[in-house]
Design a protein around this ligand. Structure first.
Ligand SMILES: [Cu+2]
Length: 70
């Protein structure tokens, strides 16, 4: 199990947080997702190495942008 932290831009409210959580949760291997609205931090737990491109795609699917891994 590993944990990676990313920065997401564009989230403004709790609904945004829910959308990001929902999409990122669907990425293969992801076992847990936490989003902090104030800081824009996205914390992803996974049971194997994470494909950052897939996380970025999921965040974009929700309507936001991945600013990078932190
Ligand atoms: Cu919102």
């Amino acid at each position: 199990m590993s944990t990676a932290t990313f920065t997401v831009t564009g989230m403004t409210c709790g609904h945004c947080v829910s959308s990001v959580k929902e999409e990122v949760s669907e990425v293969a291997g992801v076992t847990g997702v936490e989003v902090d609205l104030a800081s824009g931090l996205l914390t992803v737990d996974s049971d194997g190495p994470l494909d950052e491109a897939k996380i970025a795609a999921a965040v974009e699917e929700a309507g936001y942008a991945l600013a990078g891994q932190s």
